[in-house]
Design a protein around this ligand. Structure first.
Ligand SMILES: Nc1ncnc2c1ncn2[C@@H]1O[C@H](COP(=O)(O)OP(=O)(O)O)[C@@H](O)[C@H]1O
Ligand SMILES: [Mg+2]
Length: 375
Protein backbone atom coordinates (compact mmCIF):
# COMPACT_ATOMS: atom_id res chain seq x y z
CA UNK A 1 0.00 0.00 0.00
CA UNK A 2 1.17 3.49 -0.91
CA UNK A 3 -0.49 6.52 0.60
CA UNK A 4 0.31 10.07 -0.45
CA UNK A 5 -1.15 13.07 1.35
CA UNK A 6 -0.97 16.76 0.53
CA UNK A 7 2.19 16.56 -1.54
CA UNK A 8 3.56 19.95 -2.57
CA UNK A 9 6.63 20.71 -4.60
CA UNK A 10 7.87 23.97 -6.13
CA UNK A 11 10.97 24.24 -8.30
CA UNK A 12 12.77 27.52 -7.70
CA UNK A 13 12.84 29.89 -10.68
CA UNK A 14 16.22 30.46 -12.28
CA UNK A 15 17.48 33.60 -14.00
CA UNK A 16 14.70 35.80 -12.62
CA UNK A 17 11.92 33.45 -13.72
CA UNK A 18 9.17 32.72 -11.20
CA UNK A 19 9.12 29.41 -9.32
CA UNK A 20 7.08 26.52 -10.77
CA UNK A 21 4.46 25.00 -8.51
CA UNK A 22 4.79 21.48 -9.86
CA UNK A 23 2.58 19.83 -7.19
CA UNK A 24 -0.15 21.76 -5.39
CA UNK A 25 -1.40 19.30 -2.77
CA UNK A 26 -1.59 15.89 -4.37
CA UNK A 27 -3.20 13.03 -2.41
CA UNK A 28 -3.92 9.45 -3.44
CA UNK A 29 -3.76 5.87 -2.29
CA UNK A 30 -2.52 2.84 -4.20
CA UNK A 31 -3.71 -0.54 -2.98
CA UNK A 32 -1.50 -3.61 -2.67
CA UNK A 33 -0.99 -5.23 -6.06
CA UNK A 34 -2.79 -2.46 -7.91
CA UNK A 35 -1.75 -1.16 -11.34
CA UNK A 36 -2.14 2.56 -10.75
CA UNK A 37 -1.60 5.15 -13.48
CA UNK A 38 -0.75 8.83 -13.24
CA UNK A 39 -2.16 10.35 -16.42
CA UNK A 40 -2.12 13.90 -17.72
CA UNK A 41 -0.69 16.33 -20.26
CA UNK A 42 3.01 17.13 -20.35
CA UNK A 43 4.07 19.32 -17.43
CA UNK A 44 1.16 18.40 -15.12
CA UNK A 45 3.45 16.93 -12.44
CA UNK A 46 3.49 13.17 -13.12
CA UNK A 47 7.27 12.74 -13.12
CA UNK A 48 7.66 15.01 -10.11
CA UNK A 49 5.16 12.85 -8.19
CA UNK A 50 7.01 9.67 -9.15
CA UNK A 51 10.41 11.16 -8.24
CA UNK A 52 9.05 12.19 -4.84
CA UNK A 53 7.85 8.60 -4.25
CA UNK A 54 11.26 7.32 -5.38
CA UNK A 55 13.07 9.70 -3.05
CA UNK A 56 14.87 11.41 -5.93
CA UNK A 57 13.07 14.70 -5.35
CA UNK A 58 12.35 16.21 -1.95
CA UNK A 59 8.75 17.44 -1.57
CA UNK A 60 8.21 20.79 0.18
CA UNK A 61 5.45 19.31 2.30
CA UNK A 62 3.13 16.35 2.66
CA UNK A 63 3.55 12.70 3.58
CA UNK A 64 4.39 9.51 1.70
CA UNK A 65 3.67 6.22 3.42
CA UNK A 66 4.61 2.74 2.21
CA UNK A 67 3.05 -0.13 4.06
CA UNK A 68 2.61 1.20 7.57
CA UNK A 69 5.68 3.40 7.74
CA UNK A 70 6.29 6.91 6.46
CA UNK A 71 9.17 7.29 3.99
CA UNK A 72 8.58 11.02 3.86
CA UNK A 73 6.92 13.31 6.38
CA UNK A 74 7.73 17.01 6.24
CA UNK A 75 6.37 17.73 9.74
CA UNK A 76 8.11 14.81 11.43
CA UNK A 77 11.30 15.49 9.48
CA UNK A 78 11.38 12.02 7.96
CA UNK A 79 13.00 11.46 4.56
CA UNK A 80 14.13 7.89 3.94
CA UNK A 81 16.89 7.95 1.28
CA UNK A 82 16.06 6.55 -2.17
CA UNK A 83 18.19 3.39 -1.85
CA UNK A 84 16.43 2.43 1.40
CA UNK A 85 12.92 2.59 -0.02
CA UNK A 86 13.08 -0.78 -1.82
CA UNK A 87 11.62 0.41 -5.10
CA UNK A 88 12.15 -0.69 -8.68
CA UNK A 89 12.21 1.93 -11.42
CA UNK A 90 12.12 2.13 -15.18
CA UNK A 91 12.37 5.50 -16.87
CA UNK A 92 11.58 6.74 -20.36
CA UNK A 93 15.26 6.53 -21.29
CA UNK A 94 15.65 3.15 -19.70
CA UNK A 95 19.45 3.41 -19.93
CA UNK A 96 20.82 -0.07 -19.83
CA UNK A 97 24.63 -0.23 -19.81
CA UNK A 98 25.99 -0.77 -23.33
CA UNK A 99 29.32 -2.27 -22.19
CA UNK A 100 27.61 -5.03 -20.20
CA UNK A 101 25.82 -8.24 -21.07
CA UNK A 102 22.16 -8.79 -20.31
CA UNK A 103 23.15 -10.75 -17.19
CA UNK A 104 25.50 -8.03 -15.93
CA UNK A 105 22.89 -5.34 -16.48
CA UNK A 106 20.28 -7.17 -14.46
CA UNK A 107 22.79 -8.18 -11.75
CA UNK A 108 23.93 -4.58 -11.33
CA UNK A 109 21.52 -3.54 -8.54
CA UNK A 110 22.41 -6.70 -6.60
CA UNK A 111 26.18 -6.26 -6.94
CA UNK A 112 26.25 -2.55 -6.18
CA UNK A 113 23.15 -2.31 -4.03
CA UNK A 114 22.81 -1.68 -0.38
CA UNK A 115 23.81 -5.11 0.83
CA UNK A 116 26.39 -7.51 -0.62
CA UNK A 117 25.15 -10.86 -1.84
CA UNK A 118 26.75 -14.22 -2.48
CA UNK A 119 27.56 -14.98 -6.17
CA UNK A 120 25.26 -18.00 -6.26
CA UNK A 121 22.47 -15.93 -4.81
CA UNK A 122 22.97 -13.29 -7.51
CA UNK A 123 22.88 -15.96 -10.26
CA UNK A 124 19.57 -17.35 -8.97
CA UNK A 125 17.96 -13.94 -8.60
CA UNK A 126 19.05 -12.76 -12.06
CA UNK A 127 17.90 -16.01 -13.66
CA UNK A 128 14.54 -15.58 -12.00
CA UNK A 129 14.18 -11.97 -13.15
CA UNK A 130 15.23 -12.86 -16.72
CA UNK A 131 12.75 -15.73 -16.78
CA UNK A 132 9.98 -13.32 -15.80
CA UNK A 133 10.63 -11.24 -18.91
CA UNK A 134 11.41 -14.31 -21.03
CA UNK A 135 15.01 -13.35 -21.71
CA UNK A 136 16.76 -16.26 -20.00
CA UNK A 137 18.17 -17.47 -23.31
CA UNK A 138 19.88 -14.11 -23.99
CA UNK A 139 21.67 -13.85 -20.67
CA UNK A 140 25.19 -13.63 -22.19
CA UNK A 141 24.35 -11.33 -25.08
CA UNK A 142 25.91 -7.85 -25.07
CA UNK A 143 23.18 -5.33 -24.33
CA UNK A 144 23.57 -3.30 -27.56
CA UNK A 145 22.77 -6.45 -29.58
CA UNK A 146 19.15 -6.43 -28.45
CA UNK A 147 16.02 -5.04 -30.07
CA UNK A 148 14.23 -2.07 -28.48
CA UNK A 149 11.64 -4.34 -26.90
CA UNK A 150 14.29 -6.67 -25.50
CA UNK A 151 16.23 -3.74 -24.02
CA UNK A 152 13.01 -2.60 -22.44
CA UNK A 153 12.54 -6.04 -20.89
CA UNK A 154 16.11 -5.97 -19.55
CA UNK A 155 15.26 -2.66 -17.86
CA UNK A 156 12.17 -4.29 -16.34
CA UNK A 157 14.13 -7.32 -15.14
CA UNK A 158 16.72 -5.00 -13.58
CA UNK A 159 13.96 -3.08 -11.80
CA UNK A 160 12.44 -6.30 -10.42
CA UNK A 161 15.60 -8.26 -9.55
CA UNK A 162 15.91 -7.05 -5.97
CA UNK A 163 12.24 -7.78 -5.26
CA UNK A 164 11.09 -4.21 -4.71
CA UNK A 165 7.94 -3.34 -2.80
CA UNK A 166 6.69 -1.03 -5.53
CA UNK A 167 7.48 -0.73 -9.23
CA UNK A 168 7.66 2.82 -10.64
CA UNK A 169 7.40 3.20 -14.42
CA UNK A 170 7.81 6.63 -16.03
CA UNK A 171 6.62 6.57 -19.66
CA UNK A 172 8.58 3.36 -20.29
CA UNK A 173 6.97 2.80 -23.69
CA UNK A 174 7.44 6.21 -25.28
CA UNK A 175 10.75 5.35 -26.98
CA UNK A 176 9.31 2.31 -28.73
CA UNK A 177 7.69 2.30 -32.15
CA UNK A 178 3.90 2.10 -32.29
CA UNK A 179 3.59 -1.62 -32.97
CA UNK A 180 6.05 -2.66 -30.27
CA UNK A 181 4.40 -0.25 -27.84
CA UNK A 182 1.09 -2.07 -28.31
CA UNK A 183 2.53 -5.50 -27.53
CA UNK A 184 4.65 -4.18 -24.63
CA UNK A 185 1.51 -2.72 -23.03
CA UNK A 186 0.02 -6.16 -22.64
CA UNK A 187 3.36 -7.64 -21.71
CA UNK A 188 4.02 -5.16 -18.89
CA UNK A 189 0.49 -5.45 -17.57
CA UNK A 190 0.69 -9.27 -17.57
CA UNK A 191 4.13 -9.24 -15.99
CA UNK A 192 3.26 -6.99 -13.06
CA UNK A 193 -0.01 -8.84 -12.52
CA UNK A 194 1.71 -12.22 -12.44
CA UNK A 195 4.41 -10.93 -10.06
CA UNK A 196 1.64 -9.22 -8.09
CA UNK A 197 3.70 -6.12 -7.53
CA UNK A 198 2.11 -2.75 -6.73
CA UNK A 199 2.83 -0.54 -9.74
CA UNK A 200 2.71 3.19 -10.34
CA UNK A 201 2.79 3.88 -14.06
CA UNK A 202 3.18 7.32 -15.65
CA UNK A 203 1.88 8.18 -19.11
CA UNK A 204 0.39 11.07 -21.08
CA UNK A 205 -1.37 8.60 -23.41
CA UNK A 206 -4.99 7.97 -22.42
CA UNK A 207 -5.29 4.85 -24.57
CA UNK A 208 -2.30 3.34 -22.80
CA UNK A 209 -3.76 4.29 -19.41
CA UNK A 210 -7.20 2.86 -20.15
CA UNK A 211 -5.80 -0.39 -21.52
CA UNK A 212 -3.36 -1.10 -18.71
CA UNK A 213 -4.66 0.27 -15.42
CA UNK A 214 -6.80 -0.86 -12.52
CA UNK A 215 -7.07 2.76 -11.48
CA UNK A 216 -6.28 6.04 -13.23
CA UNK A 217 -5.53 9.38 -11.62
CA UNK A 218 -5.83 12.27 -14.03
CA UNK A 219 -3.70 15.31 -13.21
CA UNK A 220 -3.60 18.89 -14.46
CA UNK A 221 -1.35 21.75 -13.33
CA UNK A 222 -0.12 19.90 -10.25
CA UNK A 223 -3.54 18.90 -8.94
CA UNK A 224 -5.65 15.76 -9.15
CA UNK A 225 -8.63 16.25 -11.46
CA UNK A 226 -10.25 12.83 -11.16
CA UNK A 227 -9.48 9.32 -10.01
CA UNK A 228 -11.26 6.08 -10.78
CA UNK A 229 -11.38 2.94 -12.87
CA UNK A 230 -10.74 3.37 -16.62
CA UNK A 231 -14.45 2.81 -17.18
CA UNK A 232 -15.47 5.47 -14.65
CA UNK A 233 -13.08 8.06 -15.94
CA UNK A 234 -14.15 7.47 -19.51
CA UNK A 235 -17.89 7.17 -18.98
CA UNK A 236 -18.31 9.42 -15.94
CA UNK A 237 -15.97 12.39 -16.45
CA UNK A 238 -16.38 15.09 -13.79
CA UNK A 239 -15.13 17.95 -15.94
CA UNK A 240 -14.83 19.15 -19.50
CA UNK A 241 -11.09 18.60 -19.13
CA UNK A 242 -11.48 14.88 -18.28
CA UNK A 243 -14.09 14.35 -20.99
CA UNK A 244 -11.85 15.96 -23.56
CA UNK A 245 -8.64 14.31 -22.43
CA UNK A 246 -10.09 10.80 -22.39
CA UNK A 247 -11.38 10.79 -25.95
CA UNK A 248 -13.76 12.36 -28.38
CA UNK A 249 -17.05 13.69 -27.10
CA UNK A 250 -19.80 16.09 -27.97
CA UNK A 251 -19.75 18.97 -25.51
CA UNK A 252 -23.11 20.75 -25.54
CA UNK A 253 -23.51 23.81 -23.31
CA UNK A 254 -26.81 24.54 -21.63
CA UNK A 255 -28.68 25.38 -18.45
CA UNK A 256 -29.75 22.91 -15.78
CA UNK A 257 -33.55 22.81 -15.55
CA UNK A 258 -34.08 19.78 -13.31
CA UNK A 259 -31.93 18.18 -10.61
CA UNK A 260 -31.88 14.69 -9.10
CA UNK A 261 -30.20 11.40 -9.78
CA UNK A 262 -31.19 11.97 -13.39
CA UNK A 263 -31.16 15.68 -14.13
CA UNK A 264 -32.12 17.69 -17.21
CA UNK A 265 -30.36 20.38 -19.17
CA UNK A 266 -31.83 22.79 -21.70
CA UNK A 267 -29.65 23.05 -24.78
CA UNK A 268 -30.01 24.71 -28.16
CA UNK A 269 -31.60 21.56 -29.53
CA UNK A 270 -33.91 20.71 -26.67
CA UNK A 271 -34.02 19.40 -23.12
CA UNK A 272 -31.77 16.37 -22.48
CA UNK A 273 -31.91 14.08 -19.44
CA UNK A 274 -28.60 12.86 -18.07
CA UNK A 275 -26.47 12.06 -15.04
CA UNK A 276 -25.15 15.11 -13.16
CA UNK A 277 -21.47 14.97 -12.19
CA UNK A 278 -21.35 17.61 -9.49
CA UNK A 279 -23.70 19.66 -7.41
CA UNK A 280 -26.05 21.56 -9.68
CA UNK A 281 -29.04 23.78 -9.02
CA UNK A 282 -31.71 24.76 -11.51
CA UNK A 283 -30.42 27.70 -13.55
CA UNK A 284 -26.75 26.64 -13.31
CA UNK A 285 -24.77 26.60 -16.52
CA UNK A 286 -23.47 23.14 -17.41
CA UNK A 287 -22.09 21.13 -20.29
CA UNK A 288 -23.63 17.89 -21.51
CA UNK A 289 -20.94 15.36 -22.40
CA UNK A 290 -22.14 12.83 -24.97
CA UNK A 291 -19.65 10.31 -26.36
CA UNK A 292 -20.02 9.62 -30.09
CA UNK A 293 -20.69 5.95 -29.25
CA UNK A 294 -23.44 6.86 -26.78
CA UNK A 295 -26.06 7.80 -29.34
CA UNK A 296 -27.98 5.76 -31.84
CA UNK A 297 -30.45 6.37 -34.62
CA UNK A 298 -33.88 4.92 -33.95
CA UNK A 299 -37.14 4.67 -35.79
CA UNK A 300 -40.43 6.13 -34.61
CA UNK A 301 -41.84 3.45 -32.31
CA UNK A 302 -38.41 1.81 -31.96
CA UNK A 303 -38.00 3.27 -28.46
CA UNK A 304 -40.46 2.96 -25.61
CA UNK A 305 -41.02 6.70 -25.35
CA UNK A 306 -39.64 9.71 -27.14
CA UNK A 307 -37.73 11.12 -24.18
CA UNK A 308 -34.18 12.04 -25.14
CA UNK A 309 -35.04 11.57 -28.80
CA UNK A 310 -34.32 14.41 -31.19
CA UNK A 311 -35.10 14.97 -34.85
CA UNK A 312 -31.88 15.40 -36.78
CA UNK A 313 -30.52 15.45 -40.31
CA UNK A 314 -27.47 13.56 -41.49
CA UNK A 315 -24.82 16.07 -42.55
CA UNK A 316 -21.97 13.77 -43.49
CA UNK A 317 -20.86 10.15 -43.33
CA UNK A 318 -17.33 8.85 -43.27
CA UNK A 319 -17.11 5.09 -43.73
CA UNK A 320 -14.05 3.82 -41.81
CA UNK A 321 -14.75 0.08 -41.79
CA UNK A 322 -15.01 -0.52 -38.04
CA UNK A 323 -17.38 2.41 -37.68
CA UNK A 324 -19.06 5.07 -39.74
CA UNK A 325 -18.16 8.50 -38.42
CA UNK A 326 -21.37 10.42 -38.83
CA UNK A 327 -22.20 14.06 -38.37
CA UNK A 328 -25.79 15.01 -37.70
CA UNK A 329 -27.39 18.41 -37.24
CA UNK A 330 -30.00 18.85 -34.55
CA UNK A 331 -31.47 22.36 -35.01
CA UNK A 332 -28.21 24.35 -34.90
CA UNK A 333 -26.16 21.78 -33.03
CA UNK A 334 -23.70 19.56 -34.87
CA UNK A 335 -23.12 16.21 -33.20
CA UNK A 336 -20.63 13.48 -33.98
CA UNK A 337 -21.76 9.90 -33.65
CA UNK A 338 -20.40 6.49 -34.56
CA UNK A 339 -22.70 4.19 -36.46
CA UNK A 340 -22.34 0.53 -37.27
CA UNK A 341 -20.94 -0.12 -40.77
CA UNK A 342 -24.01 -2.27 -41.42
CA UNK A 343 -26.40 0.68 -41.08
CA UNK A 344 -26.96 2.50 -44.36
CA UNK A 345 -27.69 6.21 -44.45
CA UNK A 346 -27.10 9.07 -46.83
CA UNK A 347 -26.43 12.75 -46.26
CA UNK A 348 -29.69 14.64 -45.99
CA UNK A 349 -31.62 11.75 -44.39
CA UNK A 350 -34.03 12.85 -41.68
CA UNK A 351 -33.44 10.67 -38.62
CA UNK A 352 -34.42 10.32 -34.99
CA UNK A 353 -31.48 10.54 -32.62
CA UNK A 354 -31.63 8.74 -29.27
CA UNK A 355 -29.39 9.69 -26.34
CA UNK A 356 -29.94 7.24 -23.44
CA UNK A 357 -30.04 9.36 -20.25
CA UNK A 358 -27.43 7.19 -18.52
CA UNK A 359 -25.05 7.71 -21.46
CA UNK A 360 -25.04 11.46 -21.02
CA UNK A 361 -23.32 13.29 -18.17
CA UNK A 362 -23.45 16.92 -17.07
CA UNK A 363 -20.28 18.67 -15.92
CA UNK A 364 -19.53 22.26 -14.87
CA UNK A 365 -18.46 24.65 -17.64
CA UNK A 366 -14.69 24.81 -18.02
CA UNK A 367 -14.12 28.32 -16.52
CA UNK A 368 -15.88 27.69 -13.21
CA UNK A 369 -14.39 24.19 -12.99
CA UNK A 370 -10.92 25.69 -13.45
CA UNK A 371 -11.53 28.30 -10.77
CA UNK A 372 -12.88 25.72 -8.35
CA UNK A 373 -9.81 23.55 -8.88
CA UNK A 374 -7.21 26.25 -8.42
CA UNK A 375 -9.00 27.77 -5.38
N1 LIG B 1 14.14 20.15 -12.23
C1 LIG B 1 13.21 21.04 -12.52
N2 LIG B 1 13.45 22.38 -12.38
C2 LIG B 1 12.49 23.30 -12.66
N3 LIG B 1 11.25 22.98 -13.08
C3 LIG B 1 10.95 21.68 -13.23
C4 LIG B 1 11.91 20.64 -12.97
N4 LIG B 1 11.32 19.45 -13.21
C5 LIG B 1 10.06 19.73 -13.61
N5 LIG B 1 9.83 21.06 -13.63
C6 LIG B 1 8.54 21.73 -13.96
O1 LIG B 1 7.54 21.22 -13.10
C7 LIG B 1 6.34 20.99 -13.81
C8 LIG B 1 5.96 19.52 -13.71
O2 LIG B 1 6.93 18.76 -14.43
P1 LIG B 1 6.88 17.18 -14.53
O3 LIG B 1 6.62 16.60 -13.19
O4 LIG B 1 8.14 16.75 -15.22
O5 LIG B 1 5.61 16.96 -15.48
P2 LIG B 1 5.17 15.69 -16.35
O6 LIG B 1 6.02 14.52 -15.97
O7 LIG B 1 3.72 15.52 -16.03
O8 LIG B 1 5.37 16.09 -17.78
C9 LIG B 1 6.57 21.47 -15.22
O9 LIG B 1 6.10 22.79 -15.31
C10 LIG B 1 8.07 21.42 -15.36
O10 LIG B 1 8.53 22.36 -16.29
MG1 LIG C 1 7.30 13.32 -17.20
Amino acid sequence: MLQIDGLRKAYPGTGGRPATNALNGVSFRVEEGEFFTLLGPSGCGKTTTLQCIAGLEMPDSGTIRMGDAPVFDSEANIAVPANKRRLGMVFQSYAIWPHMTVFENVAFPLLYGEKRRARADVRTQVAKALAMVELGHLSDRPAPMLSGGQQQRVALARALVHQPRILLLDEPLSNLDAKLRDSMRTEIRNLVKSVGITTVFVTHDQVEAVGMSDSIMLMRNGVVVQQGSPRDIYLRPNSVFTADFMGRSNLVPGTIVEVGEIAAIETNFGVISGVPQGDFRPGDPAVAVIRPQAMSLVTEGGVADRSNCFSARIASLNFLGDVVETEVVCRDQRLLLMLSPYVQHAPGDEVLLHVPADHCVFVPPEETAGEARSA
